[in-house]
Ligand binder design. Structure first.
Ligand SMILES: [Zn+2]
Length: 340
């Protein structure tokens, strides 16, 4: 695994609608390894690697998408009150359970550090409306430094928790971004055109991917996103994937029924190539936009299990990341064999 690349994508912030910084990192990485790289009007970065072995019968190569979303959940400054405390607007699905005591960074002209605190002491579980950001400055200084609409990200950084497990605030979906870039870099010969899409605004309800999919008009597509895994707060029967036991292949989620031909093709590839995998039932991803674009595409989602998604202590296992990259490579090299 390329730890430096994983760290680089994890430490770069990008909340929905404000993905430029992470997209710059992705675009710079794709530039030397793709035939073409572009950024569309809404901010999706699209890298194209053309088929090295196009069909000899004159047919055009199949168009295959890998898609990882560039945005991470965050917040925005909503109001500065009479005492200089900041009310915030969630951008993406935030879980109130994990917010109190988090350190945050407000991205104004300068970066301003703050902490999230409950508005009243002794409240068992404050809602988002009952929390504030305290930047530890008098109101006049806060008003000078911070404006309504400034974006707010969590300050927690990427780290290694133990030999095999990493921790980060944005593994949903930076692990997907990492797997896409690593697979593109080490891709062998293909008979399909491969489009790597770093999409925007997925966390707001799959808002960026539809435009990229419309432009590409794919035949097949894989969204790369975390597989929800059981952990301390999610019982095993609610999520069927486990951290450390292989890449997750989505059979169904809240937005997409994984195309059964594609899903079983992926199972088969894993078995033939000794890639550890798990059947997953997931939340909802960019696969929905790929599947339902123009006249439709075969689509599902693949991804390493991530524990505690949408918290600042997301966990992921190195073996699962490696299994995901291995599957993506073998899939792209064999995608032309998929019979449909
Ligand atoms: Zn995600």
């Amino acid at each position: 695994m390329n730890r430096d690349l994983l760290e680089a994508v994890c430490k770069t912030p990008g909340i929905p609608g404000y993905e430029d910084e992470i997209q710059d990192v992705v675009q710079a990485y794709l530039n030397p390894i793709c035939d073409e790289v572009s950024r569309d009007r809404v901010g999706n970065v699209i890298g194209l690697k053309r088929a090295t072995h196009p069909p000899t019968n004159g047919d055009r190569p199949l168009r295959v998408i890998l898609a990882a979303h560039a945005d991470e959940v965050g917040m925005m400054v909503k109001h500065i009150d009479a005492d200089g405390f900041i009310r915030f607007q969630p951008v993406g699905g935030l879980n109130p359970q994990v917010l109190v005591s988090q350190r945050v960074i407000i991205h104004s002209k300068k970066k301003v550090n703050g902490v999230i605190v409950p508005r009243r002491a002794g409240h068992p579980l404050p809602t988002l409306d009952e929390m504030l950001i305290d930047v530890g400055l008098p109101r006049a200084n806060v008003c000078e430094a911070v404006q309504v609409g400034d974006i707010v990200t969590f300050a927690s950084e990427f780290a290694q928790l133990n030999d095999k497990v990493y921790i980060g605030r944005n593994f949903d979906d930076r692990i997907g971004t990492y797997c896409m870039l690593d697979a593109m870099e080490h891709l062998g010969p293909t008979s399909v055109d491969v489009y790597a899409v770093s999409s925007v605004q997925e966390e707001m309800g799959v808002r960026g991917m539809p435009m990229a999919a419309y432009a590409i008009e794919p035949d097949i597509g894989l969204a790369l996103d975390g597989s929800v895994t059981w952990g301390a707060h999610i019982p095993k029967h609610e999520h069927i994937c486990a951290m450390g036991e292989g890449t997750g292949i989505y059979i169904i989620d809240n937005l997409t029924i994984g195309d059964r031909r594609l899903v079983y093709f992926l199972f088969d590839l894993c078995e033939k190539n000794n890639i550890t995998y798990q059947r997953n039932i997931g939340g909802g991803t960019d696969a929905s936009a790929i599947q339902r674009t123009k006249s439709g595409a075969l689509s599902t989602t693949v991804g390493a299990p991530v524990r505690y998604m949408h918290s600042t202590v997301q966990l992921c296992h190195e073996d699962d990341i490696e299994a995901t990259v291995a599957l993506l490579k073998v899939f792209l090299e064999h995608a032309h064999e998929l019979d449909f």
